[in-house]
Design a protein around this ligand. Structure first.
Ligand SMILES: O=c1[nH]cc([C@@H]2O[C@H](COP(=O)(O)OP(=O)(O)OP(=O)(O)O)[C@@H](O)[C@H]2O)c(=O)[nH]1
Length: 633
């Protein structure tokens, strides 16, 4: 079992750990898994006697913990996770099942029942794959358990009570923590130590490997069979690179098989974010009359090779407002769409089919309509619309990236080549830039902020702060989210005069909206408003070291001890290869760079911020919080 690839399969997925256990969080974080923590509200009250064996109880509890979180996230937060992981640890001795002690007496009872004996520790784990269909949550559960045997030494009354008074037993199954003081009570452990601590990591990785690297059904050679055409799926021929090897997708592909043999014709297999494409791989007969399959279809590479076509189809459909036309269950024929968008019928039909193949539209004999995710994210006036950012990608980033080769050779940004006279910063020289270009940029930032603000605003408990200044806070999306979550906060958005002059059309309306203050200024040149929390969202990655020095020195100087600085950026892993979105953004060759968690920590510490905490949100932006040193530091 290779170490990284299994965990790497989850990199592009929104993974949620449905557990409040700090040990589980640590075990999974230590192997580089990126996940959000959403503790389960499921009460561990299943009737133990209704389970034939104790581990079934642990598995069912783990499953219920994970499903509760998946349902809650789906219903309440408009955020269906891809994977939710739940776990439950129990101890069994004789016929008894021990969970966490409710009080010291209970801990005493538990520990004395374990004294001098061997017991079993079971952890049940549920891996729930989620998807949303017609706004309904669909789940696919994989579960397993692991057993470890532990033998306790004889425990004297004195030792028992000393241990209980340490406080350690209270939140631990069986009333002890093998990883700490409780380790002193243990004579031997047979099996996985981490399973006792709360999470059977080894078994978990094996399960992931089973799910994401299923054994190849045809390992190259097959005896020729005349009546069954030789076909294969993308997954089974995959070189193992593909991120789209979703186990739920495997299931649907498998439905097309009979007795493990693919049915005739092309097998449908998902590629390219939900699209369904027929794949037919031709087997070749070798000299001995044995059919050989071409080894390892490079599915990931093919997907990347074609990626630009998919992006451009999305951009053009968005620009022509196709998703606006088809919103709210509207079904139109190509000719009607073509008339409305003033385009050719044949071109429109091809574009609509392309969008349907990418999972953005649904095609029936009545015509084309939006999928749920197109309705939510692609219709231009929807709350969480990405339309603004898509138009920015088409009108600006696309042109920049057509100059990538030169950009790489020269190591410079290609704004001049792509846009003629424009300066690097749209807002720096107003004479060059149309109001339209600035509005477009603000709309793009607004749509990304809409998507990320909630996770950034709730990444840390900010209730200790009274005033916040969001430097470069643009249209104030994060500011509004902060006030909504912390009604006592006074929040000011500080941004360039040209930005502030245009923010009014982006403001939320309604009587319950708490106002946010907008102040015009340049954070490099002007005095900063006073606040006890400063925010820099998507700012630092674009600045060179000199500008960062000016800005962070200024913030550090104005911050009183105990004040803090919150950064919202994509945090790279320590190898700087994940997440790909951040790595690819670097290719724009801005003068800044993307950073890893330890680099952000170092940077903040350099400017006098300590106790730096990093929260990988699972969203597009992560959050980093540092506190200005008190004089005692
Ligand atoms: O040696 C150790 N044994 C057990 C633990 C910890 O005990 C708990 C087990 O409780 P449970 O499985 O119900 O999980 P919770 O903590 O309640 O968190 P959930 O939110 O996931 O329900 C678990 O924390 C183990 O880590 C230990 O630390 N050492």
């Amino acid at each position: 079992m290779a170490l990284k690839p299994v965990i790497g399969k989850l990199v592009s997925k929104r993974v949620v750990l449905a557990s409040a256990s700090p040990r589980r969080q640590e075990i999974l974080a230590n192997v580089g898994l990126r996940f959000e923590v959403v503790p389960s509200w499921f009460k561990e009250t299943l009737e133990k006697s209704s389970f034939a064996v104790p581990y079934e109880y642990a598995i069912e509890t783990a499953k219920q913990k994970a499903l509760e979180v998946a349902n809650r996230m789906h219903l309440k937060h408009l955020r269906t996770p891809d994977i939710v992981i739940g776990a439950d640890t129990i101890v069994t001795v004789g016929k008894q099942i021990l969970e966490k002690p409710v009080d010291k007496q209970d801990a005493y009872k538990m520990l004395s029942s374990l004294s001098g004996k061997e017991h079993s520790v079971f952890t049940g784990v549920a891996i729930v794959h989620c998807s949303s269909k017609d706004n309904r949550l669909e789940t696919e559960v994989t579960d397993f358990y692991e057993e470890t045997k532990v033998k306790f030494a004889e425990l004297s009354e004195e030792l028992l009570w000393e241990y209980i008074h340490s406080g350690e037993p209270m939140d631990k199954a069986g009333g002890y923590g093998i990883q700490a003081l409780g380790g002193m009570l243990v004579e031997y452990v047979h099996g996985d130590f981490l399973n006792v601590v709360g999470f059977p990591l080894n078994h978990f990785c094996k399960k992931l490997a089973e799910l994401y690297y299923p054994p190849l059904k045809h390992t190259i050679q097959h005896v020729k069979h005349d009546s069954i055409p030789s076909v294969e799926t993308f997954e089974n021929l995959s070189d193992g690179e593909s991120d789209s090897s979703n186990p739920m997708q495997h299931k649907s592909a498998n439905k097309l098989e009979r007795n493990g043999v693919p049915l005739s014709g092309a097998i449908h297999t998902p590629v390219n974010s939900g699209s369904i494409q027929p794949v037919c791989t031709v087997a070749v007969e070798n000299q001995s009359g044995v059919m050989e399959y071409p080894a390892k279809f490079p599915s990931k590479i093919v997907e990347l090779m074609d990626g630009f076509r998919a992006s451009k189809a999305l951009f053009v459909a968005s620009k022509l407002k196709v998703f606006d036309l088809l919103k709210d269950k509207c079904i139109l024929k190509p000719v009607d769409v073509a008339n409305k968008i003033e385009a050719s019928v044949c071109g429109t039909e091809r574009l609509l089919d392309a969008c349907a193949s990418l999972g953005l539209l649904e095609k029936t004999h009545q015509g084309y309509s939006n999928t749920d995710s197109a309705n939510t994210y692609l219709v231009s006036d929807r709350e969480y619309s990405l339309h603004g950012y898509i138009i920015h990608s088409n009108d600006r980033l696309w042109h920049l990236f057509t100059h990538l080769e030169v950009a790489v050779k020269e190591g410079t940004m290609q704004t001049h080549q792509a846009f003629g006279k424009e300066t690097e910063d749209l807002f720096q020289d107003s004479s060059y830039h149309s109001v339209e270009a600035k509005q477009r940029f603000m709309t793009a930032m607004h749509s990304i902020a809409k998507l990320t603000a909630r996770d950034v605003a709730t990444a840390f408990d900010l209730s200790q702060f009274r005033s916040v200044c969001d430097l470069g806070g643009c249209t104030g999306v994060l500011a509004h989210e902060l006030v909504q979550k912390n009604p006592n906060l006074n929040v000011t958005v500080f941004d360039l005069p040209d930005v502030i002059a245009n923010v009014s059309c982006f403001q939320p309306s309604g009587q319950h909206i708490t106002p946010v203050a907008f102040t015009a200024g340049d954070f490099f040149k002007d005095n900063l408003p006073e606040a006890d929390l400063y925010i820099l969202s998507l700012i630092l990655h674009d600045l060179n070291d000199e500008k960062i020095h000016i800005l962070l020195s200024k913030i550090s100087a104005i911050c009183k001890p105990g004040s803090a600085l919150l950064l919202a950026e994509i945090v790279l892993d320590e190898e700087k290869t994940h997440p790909p979105r951040a790595v690819l953004q670097s290719l724009s060759m801005t003068e800044g760079k993307q950073r890893s968690g330890s680099e952000y920590k170092q940077l903040l510490e350099k400017y006098g911020f300590t106790n730096v905490q990093i929260k990988i949100t699972g969203n597009v932006l992560d959050a980093i919080l540092g506190f200005k040193k008190t004089s005692a530091h």
